[in-house]
Design a protein around this ligand. Structure first.
Ligand code: ACO
Length: 329
């Protein structure tokens, strides 16, 4: 009988731009306060990319780190997948720009868009490609530059977001299987709750759309909060059930870093104590597709995770989309 192909997580990496924007800096830009932002979101500062530093540049730097970690050469990668809502351009894909930077022509490269759940969707896609036997080493990246689609006069949104990128290398293996389960979901009836109104085919760019700031994030914050918590709990419970593990088996719970109050509400409803929950939102803000992978990478780097530990990632984002994955490091 043919042996089943498993997925090994060979390495992770991350990159945040150098420039820091603190809540105190924001106090000078809009009518807000460090106190309000900290209490409502848990965010103290976020990183901002430079004008000449597109999403693919952050993706490249995170990928180089993941390749080094995995001790793999770029030419050993046979597929590139980038989860992002802030591509360098509408087309070609950011994955293609990344491929050129890595100098590995010919390998397939494409983007996927599932907002803040993008990286979890990516794990599921990469796993399916590897298990099918079609590809052996996939570079999966979650990268976003939300500060470039932010309305800096809107205090409701501009305090929430940041820029960053994380990368993971997933390899075919007959010895191990690090992806224990993935659960995904979406509900497109909420597409007007968190969105970028213009620039696509339903509202192409015009002087009017620019003047009305329709190329920046619009969000119904309360609705996001109301739906995010139960959907993240649902996804986390389903992925756990499919993995045939229990909460006791989970070393660390890594939720999407959107908002400290959402994270705490999910942990409470799951019955997980906060010392088992990884949080880095205070220094990153919400980096959308990059949150779970950059948090995972940090947890590995600072020694909160060791080889063999089981981790649950859970995310929620525009669409709405949601997803969770139980993985072994
Ligand atoms: N500084 C000071 N005051 C502010 C700010 C700010 N940055 N932003 C809003 N306010 C004001 C509002 O104008 C309002 O004033 P008003 O009462 O005079 O009208 C007051 O604060 C309360 O506003 P609410 O919207 O009721 O505040 P709420 O407690 O709901 O908090 C927040 C807002 C933080 C956005 C919350 O709804 C939330 O966390 N939602 C989830 C949003 C989120 O995480 N989005 C990320 C993208 S989606 C994702 O990644 C899952």
């Amino acid at each position: 009988m043919k042996k089943k192909i498993g997925v090994k997580i060979s390495g992770t990496g991350s990159y945040f731009p150098k420039k820091v924007l603190t809540n105190v800096d924001l106090e000078k830009m809009v009518d807000t306060s460090d106190e309000w932002i900290s209490a409502r979101t848990g965010i103290k500062e976020r990183r901002m990319s430079e004008k000449n530093e597109p999403t693919s540049e952050l993706a490249f730097r995170a990928s180089v780190e993941a390749l080094k970690f995995a001790n793999i050469l770029p030419e050993q990668i046979d597929m590139i997948l980038v989860a992002t809502v802030t591509p360098d351009m509408l087309f070609p894909s950011t994955a293609c720009f990344l491929q050129a930077k890595l100098n590995i022509p010919s390998v397939p490269a494409f983007d996927l868009l599932a907002s803040c759940s993008g990286f979890i969707y990516g794990i599921s896609i990469a796993r399916a490609f590897i298990e099918s036997g079609l590809y052996k080493r996939i570079l999966l990246v979650g990268a976003d530059e939300l500060t470039k689609i932010t309305d800096w006069t809107d205090r409701n949104t501009c305090v929430l977001f940041g820029d960053g990128a994380g990368a993971m290398i997933l390899s075919a293996s007959y010895e191990t299987d690090n992806i224990l389960s993935v659960f995904l979901g979406a509900d497109g009836s909420y597409s007007n709750s968190l969105f970028l109104p213009a620039g696509g085919t339903s509202n192409p760019a015009t002087i009017d759309t620019v003047n009305k700031k329709l190329h920046t994030i619009k969000m119904h914050g309360k609705e996001v909060f109301r739906v995010a918590v139960p959907k993240m709990v649902l996804a986390a419970k389903k992925a756990l059930e499919f993995s045939e593990k229990t909460l006791e088996n989970i070393k660390l719970f890594i939720p999407h870093q959107a908002n400290m109050r959402i994270i705490e509400a999910v942990a409470r409803k799951m019955g997980i104590s906060m010392d088992k929950v990884f949080v880095n939102i205070h220094k990153t803000g919400n980096v959308s597709s990059a949150t779970t992978i950059t948090a995972l990478d940090e947890a590995i780097k600072i020694g909160r995770l060791q080889n063999g530990d089981i981790v649950e990632l859970v995310a929620f984002g525009g669409g709405f989309t949601w997803g969770a994955a139980v993985i072994r490091i």
